[in-house]
Each structure stands twice: as C-alpha cells, then as structure tokens.
Design a protein around this ligand. Sequence first.
Ligand SMILES: [Zn+2]
Length: 282
Amino acid sequence: MALTIHVLDYGDIELETSFLVLGHECGRIRRVPVYGFLILGGTHPVLVDTGYRDNAIMESLGMRGLQFHDNMIENQLAKHGLKLGDIRYILHTHLHIDHAGKDDKFPMNTTVVLNRREMEFSVSGIMYPQYPKPDIMHLVERIYEPEAMRFLDLEITGAEEIIPGVWCEAAGAHTEGSMNVIVETAEGLACICGDVIYDFNDQIVNHVHTNNWMEPRVTGNHSGSKREEKGAIKKLLNNYTFLLPVHDRPAKIQNQQVVGRLAMTVPGPMSETVPERQWFPM
Ligand SMILES: [Zn+2]
C-alpha cells in the first residue's frame, strides 16, 4: 500500500521569533505557515490537525492570523477531491490554538483521535491561553457522542495503529500530551511531528546559540524540560526519513542531518538540497 502525505496550507501566522527558537532574534516578527496533512492511499482518508479557527482568535495570543479564502479547510480538501464528511479520522499532534480550530466543522461520525494526556493537559491551565475555549469545549462535546472521539494512551501502550501504515506515538516534547504521527511511505518512514520542531534551519541545521556539535536548539514554547526537548528532536532525526512539522516545510533526513527540503507532497521531489553544516569552533 503506497501511502502519501499531502501538505494542506491553512494560512500563515505572524509571531515573535524567540517564541519559535529560544532567545533568537528577540522582538523580530516572523511569518510562518500553519499546515495540516492529508494521508491518502490507505483504507480511509486521514487528516492531521485542522489549523486555527479564524484570524481574530490569533489576537488572543498577541499574534496575527493570515487566513484567506484559499486556506479554508473545505477548499484545501477540495483540491484533493474531498469534502469534510469524507475524512474518517482527524488526528491531533496536540490541541494548541493553531492545530484544532476547525474540528466543529466535521460531522460527529468523523472520529477525532487524541492522546488522552493532551486532553487532560489542555484543561490543566498550565498553557492556558494557547488552548482556546471554543476548540476545547467542542472536543468535550465529542466525548459524549458515540464514536466522535477516540482517546489513545500512548505513554502506556507505546505505538497505536490508526489504519494500516499509520500509527501514533507519544512525542515527549512541546506539550505533555503531544503525539507524533508516523506514516509508512514507499521511500521510508515519515513522521508528522507537530511543534516538536518549529524551524529546521535555526534549530537543527545551524542550531543557533549552541556550541556543541549536533546539539539541536529548543523552541521558545514548551512545557517540559530543555533536555526532554533536545532528546525528542534527536529521536526524530534518528528514526525517520522524512520529518513534517506544522510550521516549516518538510525535510528529508539522512545520517541525522537535514539533507533536503520538499514541497507539498511526501514522498516527492526535493525542492532544495541543504549542505552539511560547516563547523566553526567558537
Ligand atoms: Zn503550532
């Protein structure tokens, strides 16, 4: 079975650079994409993440949303000949404001799949403003509808299969319940890694503000320890041929290094190659 991942473009957001990469270019505004991922070729269409509700809701975090007509989830799915009701499963890397904003557009027989720890964490108040009330209240509604919600217990079970060739694993980074979605493709394993990585260039290729060799720089937005964040990124670089974060273009990995970037389909042709990092001792 040849599974392919198609990147959906839900619009951009503008935010401060040090939110993405810890301590980097404080005060500078960066515009980044918000992606979703459509997994096709399997027994059922599977969608990963649904983007942010609307431009106004991003202002509650002091960020700017740039979502236009073409970015509407209906229009992004229509490019692949699909309607909302055709999606069998929605998987969430996590439930932050820019990842689960459109679930209420989907029928209740589309099953939303979450790591249970992320649902608990979303209402814990620890990262409160990043979990907006309408998104979380809708997910609570789904708990009470038959088959509208499926909880995973990834910290206990390890990997859980969703359809053949697609499974979830605890990410161990970004938020306490974040999960990675792994897809078996014809060219190797691809991992949709949510916000465990925000920016390949600054965190991994050049790893800014770090001295040691192969020392990924953590993001400016996480709920665990710095070491857990670094370890989770290293695990991704060790285990997968393709990495697909939500706010940067997909990357191809070889020997724990980013060797190329891809456009909107994985597997697919590389849009650019990335030279190995030069080592300049400080
Ligand atoms: Zn995000």
